[in-house]
Design a protein around this ligand. Structure first.
Ligand SMILES: [Mn+2]
Length: 426
């Protein structure tokens, strides 16, 4: 049995923060659905399984309707079944689609938050698919509390859109341990857009991640997973890249680079290395969007902080039909200063230098706790990138700032201020 697994397509969205030149029809979630259908046919899979959030929002219903119908009909013609559950984004639109379209071999499981089992039969084997769909735009109860997996010797694939390991989540919270003990040999999960897995001896539970990377928080390779499930054997899983966009963070050490040309040259080398590394598992990749973090001690610090890097938006590099773009440069460099010497005395620069030294040593001056509190307050009122619902789907990049974040921010701002104070003084 071969099952192509995905989730979180969010038809209606496109990959964000691309320069206009990098935009193509292929960066839409609609287009990745087409590539997924083509992959399913090429790989001659038995079924496609999708763990929710296929349609981004109710208002994208008409945009999603045509491509979904066409893709599902193509799959059906090839004898490929498809199994869906609804997520928090398409709790209403996906059931509506299935109500209006009667497509052979396409199944929506678990409407109204009621667990439902379908069985896929092929020569030499069968597979149960147990699924549960979101009944509303949020659901604070654990969906596994109502789940019973009746074992009958047939392997089971569980299909669920849920927030794993976040007990206070409003999006079907459950624990990885509960999933691994619930009965299915494999759980295909939706909701978190990054690939993540949990394993026990006999069980695998995983988020396949969004097949098209949609924003800079969705880093690394994105695609779908193909599970090969031999009758009576252990399933194996392979990643197939499908995203035309890949977001990456690049750290560039500016130590020893004392003019812009040197830093530019170092950046070009890094982009080339990253391009070469990404080309190895590129699939349909067209754009590599790099967020560059400039770190280290450099004489260029003040200039970089003051003027940023005006030419950066034009920086691109192409190799093997993939173009690397610098999406943003975050300057986190430090000036070349003797802080111990500067910290002597009681002038404003001296007091600031002592504070920076204390922060660098890992001490906790009162300002640190204060800054942390202010950061957390700001986080609570901040809209979540790409989602628009405050306090919505917390993803790793969107968790409440910790004390380390506060320390890094104070250091960054402190060095900036110190460099400026010293300049004013001279
Ligand atoms: Mn979701």
């Amino acid at each position: 049995m071969r099952i192509l697994c995905t989730a979180d397509l969010h038809i209606g969205r496109i990959s964000s923060r691309l320069p206009r030149e990098a935009e193509s029809p292929e960066i839409t979630a609609r287009a990745v659905w087409k590539r997924l259908v083509a992959l399913a046919k090429r790989e001659k899979v038995d079924a496609v399984a999708v763990a929710g959030d296929v349609i981004d929002a109710s208002c994208n219903y008409f945009e999603a309707f045509g491509p979904l119908e066409a893709g599902l009909l193509e799959l059906a013609e090839e004898g490929i079944d498809s199994f869906f559950v609804a997520g928090n984004h398409d709790f209403d639109s996906l059931p509506r689609f299935f109500d209006q379209m009667k497509i052979p071999r396409a199944h929506l499981l678990g409407r109204g938050a009621k667990w439902e089992r379908q069985t896929l039969k092929r020569d030499g084997g069968s597979l149960h698919i147990d699924g549960w769909s979101f009944p509303d735009k949020s659901h604070a109860e654990n969906p596994l509390l109502g789940y019973k997996c009746a074992p009958d010797g047939t392997p089971v694939l569980g299909l669920l859109h849920a927030d794993v390991g976040q007990p206070n989540s409003s999006y079907a919270p459950c624990q990885s341990g509960e999933l691994l003990a619930a009965g299915p040999s494999v759980w295909l999960l939706g909701h978190i857009h990054k690939t993540h897995e949990w394993r026990s001896d006999a069980t695998l539970a995983f988020y396949p991640g969004s097949p098209q990377a949609l924003d800079p928080g969705e880093r690394d390779a994105h695609g779908a997973w193909l599970i090969d499930w031999p009758a009576g054997g252990v399933p194996t899983r392979n990643h197939h890249p499908l995203s035309t966009v890949r977001y990456e963070n690049i750290e560039l050490k500016a130590d020893g680079h004392d003019d812009v040309a040197e830093i530019e040259a170092a950046l070009h080398r890094l982009l080339e290395d990253r391009l070469a590394a990404c080309a190895k598992e590129a699939g349909p990749l067209e754009a590599l969007m790099c967020r560059v973090l400039l770190q280290g001690r450099t004489k260029m610090h003040s200039q970089l902080v003051r003027s940023g890097w005006p030419r950066i938006e034009y920086l691109s590099r192409t190799a093997q039909d993939i173009t690397a773009w610098v999406e943003r440069v975050e300057v986190d460099t430090r000036p070349v200063l003797d802080l111990d010497l500067l910290a002597q005395g009681s002038s404003p620069p001296a007091l600031l230098a002592s504070l920076l030294l204390a922060l660098d040593r890992g001490e906790a001056p009162p300002l640190l706790a204060h800054a942390h509190q202010r950061l957390r307050d700001a986080f609570l009122t901040m809209p979540i990138e790409g989602d628009g619902e405050p306090g919505g789907e917390a993803e790793p990049a969107q968790q409440s700032p910790d004390i380390g974040d506060a320390r890094a921010l104070l250091l960054r701002q402190g060095y900036k201020l110190l460099a400026q104070l010293l300049e004013t003084k001279s």
